[in-house]
Write a protein that binds this ligand. Sequence first.
Ligand code: 13P
Length: 303
Amino acid sequence: MPLVTSKELMQNAERGGYAVGAFNAINMETAQAIIGAAEDEKSPLIMQITQTTMNYTEPEELVALVFALVEKSKVPIAVHLDHGRSFEICMRFLRFGFTSVMIDGSLHEDGKTPRSYEENIEITKKVVDAAHALGVSVEAELGRLGQIGAEIETGDPGKALTDPEQAKEFVDITGVDLLAVAIGTTHGLYRGTPTIVHDRLEAINKTVDVPLVMHGGTGVPDDAVVKAVQLGIRKINIDTQMRVAWYDATRKVIEETEKEFASLDELGQVRKYDIRKLLAPARQAVRDTVRERIRVFGSSGKA
Ligand code: 13P
């Protein structure tokens, strides 16, 4: 299957009234699990690498691996940079051959300090001009999503939400292809059940003419997800849920293995150090998680 741009996937999703899942890969096993799940579900896919993963591994290595897997996949896949925080990072991923990049102009490069609306427009437009020259789609963000580890008010996320009129102006000026909106979601885990502000989403969808993106998809109840898709969400980002699945599966195997080998002496225990026995169940758990999300997003059978 060819690599596709996220814009192409979004056009099909718009026609079909579903959302495409965008899942973060950090190593071979997560990339295999994500593609495997999309193939199981015959679903289009957005495979993401987030900028912070570059602190963990050289991007060239992970990118080469991802492309090798994508090339032999049976479903259409857009390869996307998640939360690029600078023009330079976006250019680097364009050079890698990514078919989609996100410039997150809502925050400065430290990932903490907010950029002003004008600064967000400036950097987003710069990335759009460069990416479009290469036929690559661009996602931008407007409003303020919650950050990992920070509590979000589950009742009234208030003024951090994306403003519909400002969103229209932002899209018109910058020419972005996808817009990530703040509608009550946050990255990471929620304390309690999040309140997704569907009225705000509906208002944004009425004024803005590009597909909308939900970040912080982990922990959003299924009915709230389905309603959001009906109201114009076409891309949904999932990361934490896969990490939790990985962690839980690994812990379970370690606990079971420790019990199994407890009666053996040190030499007898040598077989327990076969870490493939940890990686395979973790990979399967991620694959199951991704499959389950894809079904909720409505993209099964749409490849
Ligand atoms: P979660 O980690 O909350 O699933 O969010 C993922 C995300 O939005 C990546 O950009």
